[in-house]
Write a protein that binds this ligand. Structure first.
Ligand SMILES: Cc1ncc(COP(=O)(O)O)c(C=O)c1O
Length: 342
């Protein structure tokens, strides 16, 4: 099915599946499986590696020399696109939005490592503002004689979406029973659209649920359906394959990049029960949704959940916690230690 579509290789695939038994017990669910897409590789990994394999194959084929993409200040997509561009010997320009652009840390620090040219809007990460600036930057580059490719937010194009259609094929080969409830965080919708179409093709008994990190249910549903249909057309499939049921929740976030208590609590519980690391912008919110749906028994107790860990690890290092604020931390002087008996 994918044979005729060009693809590059950035990701270490298949990514492993781990069981989270202590978490399943905590939530009263039969089983929780974690699909470790945070381990794809490509500059610390994440879901974008799969999308970029297909999307950037088109960029190479069309002979562009510069990739111009957009995202929030701590965009994982921007970081991974910058790394992929460098692997391909291409120039990379990042148009970023958010607030308080004071320090390079987390993903933004890695963007600097890759030598990306950065244009930022201090005070807005609205899609429209980012796209306006992206367009203006591309026009300037063209005047300089460059051939820029404007890569949309999150790499959520029909080609990018193929990455997650293929991921569902991979998953089908790893699971003994496809009666699973797939959970994924949702931003620009390519991952969800790929899961929806891919599950319809390869995991007919699976259910797919997306947890929004910023958009409304209506916006996500519309975008996901359009992307799934366009991607089905790319594969030469009947539209019916893309026209399948999926569920979206938009009640587990406030602002896109804002850290919220339910996500921090879910991430802390996962860390303490499973030694699992979640970020606060994507996977923490999706896990908060899973916690709530399990607690309210919207999810049946006999469910097997397949949680896609989509990555986002560098964002964690954009945060700091003051040492005196951590109660389980005891301070010693060297003198005090040297007086201790052994
Ligand atoms: C870590 C992480 N998880 C999930 C997503 C959401 O994926 P999508 O934009 O395909 O909806 C993103 C997007 O940037 C991400 O960086």
């Amino acid at each position: 099915m994918f044979e005729k579509i060009e693809r590059l290789h950035f990701a270490n695939l298949p990514t492993p599946i781990e069981t989270a038994d202590r978490l399943a017990q905590h939530l009263g669910l039969k089983q929780i499986l974690i699909k470790r897409d945070d381990l794809t590789g490509l500059a610390l990994g994440g879901n974008k590696a799969r999308k970029l394999e297909f999307e950037l194959a088109q960029v190479v084929k069309m002979g562009y020399d510069t990739i111009v993409t957009v995202g929030g200040q701590q965009s994982n997509h921007a970081r991974m696109t910058a790394a992929a561009a460098r692997k391909l010997g291409l120039e990379v320009v990042l148009v970023l939005g958010g607030k308080d652009f004071n320090e390079f840390k987390g993903n933004l620090l890695l963007d600097v490592f890759f030598g990306a040219e950065i244009h930022y809007i201090n005070g807005s990460d609205e899609d429209e503002d980012l796209e306006t600036l992206q367009f203006a930057v591309c026009e300037e580059l063209k005047k300089e004689g460059k051939n820029p490719y404007a890569l949309p937010l999150g790499g959520s194009t029909p080609h990018g979406t193929l990455g997650y259609v293929k991921a569902m094929e991979e998953l089908a080969g790893q699971l003994h029973d496809d009666k699973v409830h797939i959970f994924t965080p949702v931003g620009s919708c390519g991952t969800l659209a790929g899961c929806v179409l891919g599950a319809s093709l390869f995991l007919p008994n699976a259910e797919v649920t997306g947890i929004s990190v910023s958009r409304t249910v209506a916006d996500i549903t519309r975008r996901t359906k359009v992307l799934a249909a366009q991607t089905a057309a790319l594969l030469g499939l009947e539209p019916a394959f893309a026209d399948v049921k999926f569920t979206v929740y938009d009640c587990y976030h406030e602002e896109y990049a804002k850290h919220i208590k339910i996500a921090m609590d879910a991430a802390e519980t996962c860390a303490r029960l499973e030694g699992m690391i979640l970020d606060q912008v994507y996977t923490g919110k999706a896990m908060a949704g899973l916690f709530d749906l399990a607690k309210r028994e919207v999810l049946r107790k006999d469910s097997t959940v397949l949680f896609i860990h989509t990555g986002g690890m560098p964002e964690i290092f954009a945060d700091t916690i003051n040492i005196p604020d951590y109660p389980k931390c005891t301070k010693y002087t060297p003198d005090a230690v040297r007086k201790m008996k052994r």
